[in-house]
Ligand binder design. Structure first.
Ligand SMILES: [Zn+2]
Length: 256
């Protein structure tokens, strides 16, 4: 199939990878273009990253380079992203510039941290209303939209599953990078990510690995979503525009 562009928008540095890491890795392997947007990237506004801003930025961008994805940092403060005309226009400009075929963003029910819900709302509205937001230009990009899940404690009713069994190790290790390289160096690490687990399962090549809690949660959630759809590990999505359900470009782009 033609090479497609997938836009994944997340509030924080690792949200895109947590929510859609398996899909991202599979899409890149198939030669598709993947653009990740991180909205709240003023690292001086979060105690976990304050004082290490340049180091964090370099690590975030280096990881993106290693993953062969584009990563754009929008510079908003943590817990300071607001649904208003300025943020909507900024997102509409990104959509016009990136020209995605598919857009992925946060589950709108993830209200803690509130950046997640707000960024989801901004992205969906900007895709739908890019024409009006940018002065009546004819713009129609990224209309196949899905929300992804980061925290499994909020309402989320998936209708689309991606089998990530072949990339589960890479997916979990990608998420774990942020724990090892960024949260671990934080003076407030105890409050945000001290849980480490020793996990030894055959699907991870029978190796024992230590995971920070986001990696561990992803592993468990992928196993659960896989059980729901009949594969070993899966990622779950909710289609925002139900018309796409008959087409499912999202699934086509990762098929063999
Ligand atoms: Zn987040």
């Amino acid at each position: 199939m033609d090479k497609k562009t997938i836009l994944v928008v997340g509030a924080h540095m690792d949200d895109c990878e947590i929510g859609a890491g398996g899909l991202i890795i599979k899409a890149v392997r198939k030669g598709h273009r993947v653009v990740l947007v991180n909205v709240a990237t003023d690292y001086s506004t979060w105690s976990t990253t304050k004082g290490r801003e340049e180091e964090i930025k370099a690590k975030v961008l280096n990881k993106a380079k290693e993953m062969k994805v584009e990563k754009r940092l929008l510079g908003y403060g943590y817990q300071s992203v607001i649904f208003n005309l300025e943020s909507l226009k900024k997102m509409a400009e990104i959509i016009l510039d990136v020209r995605p075929d598919i857009t992925l963003f946060h589950n709108r029910f993830e209200r803690e941290p509130s950046d997640h819900a707000v960024v989801g709302e901004i992205t969906q509205h900007a895709v739908f209303s890019a024409n009006q937001l940018l002065g009546g230009k004819h713009i129609s990009y990224g209309m196949e939209m899905y929300s992804y899940e980061v925290y499994p404690k909020y309402p989320f009713q998936p209708d689309t599953y991606i089998d990530i069994s072949d990339v589960i190790k890479e997916t979990v290790e990608t998420i774990d990078y942020f724990g090892r390289e960024i949260y671990a160096g934080s003076p407030s690490a105890k409050s945000c990510a001290v849980i480490q687990s020793k996990i030894n399962i055959n699907y991870l090549e029978n190796k024992e690995i230590s995971l920070w809690h986001y990696g561990e949660t992803k592993l468990a959630l992928s196993l659960y979503r896989g059980a729901q759809c009949g594969v070993r590990f899966a990622e779950a999505y909710t289609a925002m525009n139900k018309k796409v359900l008959g087409k499912r470009l999202l699934q086509e782009i990762v098929e063999d």
